[in-house]
Design a protein around this ligand. Structure first.
Ligand SMILES: Cc1ncc(COP(=O)(O)O)c(C=O)c1O
Length: 382
């Protein structure tokens, strides 16, 4: 039985190009501290700076605007610290569908530094309400954080509109682009975003690699204080192999974006077929623009975990994003922000694929899902 890994939004498998690069790189070297002044160190540094140049070009940024780090949580935490520490402006505006890296940073600054968090309304289709931002952004706003695409629903957000509003008001805008970059076109310079983040493990690179982009790098304050690496903006010897492979993964992803068209077509067909079979199925964010490779669906009355287990018995690995404790599954905060009721919220399963997948895999997922729903409908789990 061929296993199907369908949790790319959680972490994408390392892509073949990166695997080949790593094997070759490990065999050939060089290995050294990229900050050393001897010849080996310089060669390592040149490779890492080449990776910086490749990533910056692919993302529409300047090399000087890119700081390598360990991934998006670090990037987001760096931006919060940079913008908020000792900032007399007190309001932080975030959306209600942000990743916990954003929500928990916002809470931290509220609890420890006297900031006040305003959470934007989300429309039932999963899109953040830009009107609410217009109504609440003011001269006391220190930071706005709205993501580009949601990790659970795949719904693409009006981040360009948010950037424009923030620019007009002179408020720094952090856009969590973790799920967006590598899955669709992105240009940092043209976007008007002040800060963006990338995680290697979401795009076929290595876990523990990532970067933060800053329109004005002089505004960044290091989260990790060390020996002046990354122009003093991120202490600690760089993960140079990770940074090089990040460039390889990003190159592969950005050069293969057209492949998402076939995935998109097949995903839509898959969703149509499931709905035709079970008209009561809810496709979360159905009428919103979504990432090509994300489906988030729910059958009212059937627990997502039960569906996940049925699919797993067929070698298909999906997620439910509802936290479950003591057999009491909770509707996720993203779904709550969308006004999704518990009978639907408890039932969600997320199927997220990626560039390395053959779109034909949707056929097997479809038949396994149909079997699972037919079986579980007979023994309704709640
Ligand atoms: C939207 C979003 N933001 C931030 C993160 C955190 O990224 P990392 O695992 O690189 O810290 C994730 C990962 O789950 C994510 O999906």
């Amino acid at each position: 039985m061929q296993e199907i890994y369908a949790d790319y939004n959680g972490s994408a498998p390392i892509c073949n190009e990166v695997k080949e690069y790593i094997i070759n790189r490990l065999n050939k070297g060089p290995f050294a501290n990229p900050n050393a002044t001897h010849h080996v160190g310089t060669r390592v540094k040149v490779a890492m700076e080449n990776a910086r140049s490749v990533c910056a070009k692919l993302l529409g940024a300047q090399m000087s605007q890119l700081v390598f780090n360990s991934g998006s949580t670090e990037g987001i935490s760096t931006v919060f610290q940079s913008v908020l520490l000792n900032n007399p402006k007190k309001k932080i505006i975030i959306s209600g569908i942000e990743h916990s890296a954003v929500t928990n940073n916002a809470l931290f600054y509220q609890e420890n530094h006297g900031h006040e968090v305003y959470t934007l309304q989300t429309k039932p289709n999963g899109i953040v309400d830009v009107e609410d931002l217009i109504n609440h952004i003011d001269e006391d706003t220190a930071l706005v954080a709205v993501m580009a695409a949601n990790n659970e629903t795949g719904v693409i957000q009006p981040y360009l509109d948010v950037a424009k509003i923030c620019q007009e008001k002179g408020v720094p805008f952090l856009c969590d682009t973790t799920q967006f970059v590598g899955k669709t076109e992105f240009n940092f310079a043209e976007s008007g975003i002040d800060y963006a983040v990338v995680a290697g493990h979401k795009i076929g690179g290595m876990t523990g690699s990532g970067l933060v982009l800053a329109k004005d790098p002089a505004t960044l304050k290091p989260l990790i204080i060390g020996g002046g690496q990354e122009k003093g903006l991120r202490g600690g010897t760089q993960n140079y192999l990770g940074n090089e492979t990040l460039a390889v993964a990003l190159t592969y992803a950005m050069n293969n974006l057209p492949k998402y068209e076939a995935i998109n077509t097949k995903r839509q067909q898959f969703e149509e077929n499931i709905k035709a079979k079970f008209p009561q199925i809810v496709i979360i964010g159905e009428d919103a623009p979504r990432l090509s490779s994300t489906s988030y669906l729910s059958m009212p009355g059937i627990h997502g975990q039960a569906v996940q287990m049925e699919l797993e018995s067929e070698g298909i690995y999906v997620t439910t994003s509802s936290a479950c404790s003591d057999n009491n599954p909770q509707t996720s905060k993203v779904l709550k922000a969308m006004g999704v009721t518990d009978d639907i919220g408890r039932g969600v399963v997320r199927i997220s694929l990626g560039l390395c997948n053959d779109p034909a895999l949707y056929d097997r997922i479809e038949s396994a899902l149909i079997n699972a729903y037919e079986k579980l409908s007979k023994i309704k789990s709640y």
